[in-house]
Ligand binder design. Structure first.
Ligand SMILES: Cc1cc2nc3c(=O)[nH]c(=O)nc-3n(C[C@H](O)[C@H](O)[C@H](O)COP(=O)(O)OP(=O)(O)OC[C@H]3O[C@@H](n4cnc5c(N)ncnc54)[C@H](O)[C@@H]3O)c2cc1C
Length: 500
């Protein structure tokens, strides 16, 4: 790599000043007077996707420059739990005598993936999952041979758990439940940091050139649409980078960009907590679209709302502004968060009786009504007359017989709601703590090539991680699939960009 030196940062002049329209996200090659920096592959963004892409591109023997616009590398991946959804018989599963197969994993992911358009991505991911897990360990990520009985992120002493909805209806009927959430053995739930540190060390050792504090702002294209480089901004200077083989966009999603969020995903925009690093402002997606890339599933997000702790609370009822139930209260946090966001105005409440009530003050979901009768709760919340009473009466009748014909709540959580005081806890997307990040992004092939509106690949352009529309879909019930997708398809994009 002919890297970015101090001279380039201070004196870059390769981009014609007249061409620098402030909002332009793409620049014709003809307007680049001279390139400031040359590399084979340019990777933009240093999260799990960008690091995996750069390691693999470099392993192909080509020069790689990775740029990150924040001062610190790692993005949202660093603050994550580091859980990776892997299976099909990984070495950790085998060590714990967990039986799994590629077919079982595929069947589950297809069932949980709703209407995923790209079954070839799911297929490759499952087939290569055991080998991909070995690759992660080869980068220096460590795991412990211990299985957690819990269905929430275990502490660092246990490295395998049911992170997804395998045990929930209807998925438990679609495929045999198998634990596939692989958690790095990092003290204090710092799995993401362990993951990123390992990938960073690997990238450095392999000879990837890493530059932080440098923001990519424009892709450079030839007349025929081929992406041949990018323009970077650093401390007010503009640097033109010629990428001889390809550019990989790995800039994360767009949950920090209010304008994009309100435009593409209004249901996500009203969720209270954007859950990501500060860099997820849609740059990669916007740059890709500016050269013809299409967005896929742009309205979808991972929205988390869990009622599983303490367990007793789940025997309450979740209702919308019509006073009706719409989901099993013990649903996976991704299913519950998603379902709430789709109710009228994103509003929902948890109704508890004395037994199912929280016993301590709730910061995450405010207590908004308390009364000695269900009718009085309904009145305080402004529900249509009689609706909540009907909902509770129907639910109670069935719960007394151990069934939930509408939503199949687990039998051990079913019991009639009775015994004042009754309480209502606000679960609305905008009022309760509702964590969200985006899942939509650039449409890509299985090798990360960005696809345009006509279905053709854009030469020279690749995307991975949350800049692309990968395996994760809404409702996001497969925890660990985002980082699994970032690392696996990041690697594929890096290899394809290197083109060797
Ligand atoms: C607290 C938390 C816990 C989570 N836990 C898990 C988990 O356990 N398992 C899981 O699968 N998922 C988890 N997630 C989600 C997961 O972390 C993200 O989906 C994933 O890290 C996205 O990786 P990425 O590489 O696509 O983007 P990021 O890790 O966000 O990296 C993108 C990088 O690109 C940089 N960038 C952006 N624009 C530019 C630009 N113009 N020029 C240069 N650089 C740019 C950003 O600054 C950022 O550093 C969690 C998320 C959070 C917030």
């Amino acid at each position: 790599v002919k890297g970015i030196s101090r001279r380039h940062l201070l004196g870059a002049a390769g981009v014609a000043a007249a061409s620098l329209a402030p909002n332009a996200l793409a620049l014709p090659r003809s307007q680049v007077r001279a390139w400031d920096v040359f590399t084979d592959v340019l990777v933009i963004g240093s999260g799990a996707a960008g690091l995996s892409a750069s390691i693999e591109a470099r392993a192909s023997g080509v020069s790689v420059l990775l740029t990150e616009f924040l001062p610190v590398m790692g993005g949202a991946s660093t603050i994550s739990g580091g859980v990776i959804y892997a299976g099909g018989g990984t070495s950790l599963q085998r060590a714990l005598r967990i039986e799994d197969s590629v077919e079982a994993m595929y069947n589950y992911l297809v069932a949980a993936g709703g209407h995923h358009q790209q079954l070839d991505k799911i297929q490759r991911y499952c087939e290569d999952s055991p080998a991909h897990f070995e690759w992660l360990m080869d980068q220096g990520i460590t795991y412990r041979d211990r299985l957690s009985e819990l269905r929430v992120l275990p502490d660092w002493r246990e490295s395998l758990y049911y992170s997804a909805s395998e045990l929930d209806w209807p998925h438990r009927d679609a495929a045999s439940p198998v634990p596939r959430g692989h958690v790095p053995a990092a003290e204090g739930s710092n799995g993401g940091r362990e993951l990123v540190n390992a990938l960073l060390s690997s990238a450095k050792a392999a000879g990837v050139e890493l530059r932080s504090g440098v923001k990519a702002s424009q892709l450079v294209t030839e007349d025929d649409g081929t992406v041949v480089g990018a323009v970077l901004d650093s401390i007010g200077q503009r640097i033109s980078v010629r990428a001889r083989r390809g550019v990989v966009l790995a800039c994360g999603g767009f949950v920090q960009n209010r304008t994009m969020l309100e435009l593409h995903a209004p249901e996500l925009a009203r969720c209270s907590v954007p859950f990501s690093g500060a860099g997820d402002n849609g740059d990669g997606i916007a740059m890709g679209m500016a050269v013809g890339g299409v967005g896929l599933r742009m309205q979808q997000g991972a929205i988390a709302m869990s009622l599983r702790e303490p367990e007793e609370v789940v025997s309450g009822l979740v209702v919308n502004a019509n006073g009706t139930r719409f989901i099993a209260e013990d649903a996976h946090q991704g299913a519950l968060g998603h379902a709430i966001s789709r109710q009228p105005d994103g509003k929902a409440w948890l109704i508890t009786d004395q037994r199912s009530s929280y016993t301590v003050d709730q910061d995450e979901r405010p207590l908004v009504a308390q009364a000695n009768s269900v009718g009085n709760i309904a009145e305080q919340l402004g529900f249509p007359r009689g609706s909540l009473q009907n909902t509770v009466a129907y639910y109670n009748r069935n719960a007394a017989n151990g069934i939930d014909p509408q939503f199949h709540k687990a039998v051990d959580m079913l019991r009639p709601l009775q015994g004042p005081p009754y309480s209502a806890w606000d679960l609305s997307s905008g009022n309760a703590i509702t964590r969200v990040y985006t899942l939509g992004g650039l449409h890509t092939t299985v090798d990360g090539q960005v696809i345009n509106g006509l279905g053709d690949n854009i030469p020279g352009l690749y995307a991975a991680g949350r800049t692309s529309a990968g395996l994760p879909v809404a409702p996001y019930v497969v925890e660990g699939l985002s980082l699994g997708d970032c690392t696996y398809f990041g690697r594929r994009a890096g290899r394809a960009a290197a083109g060797v």
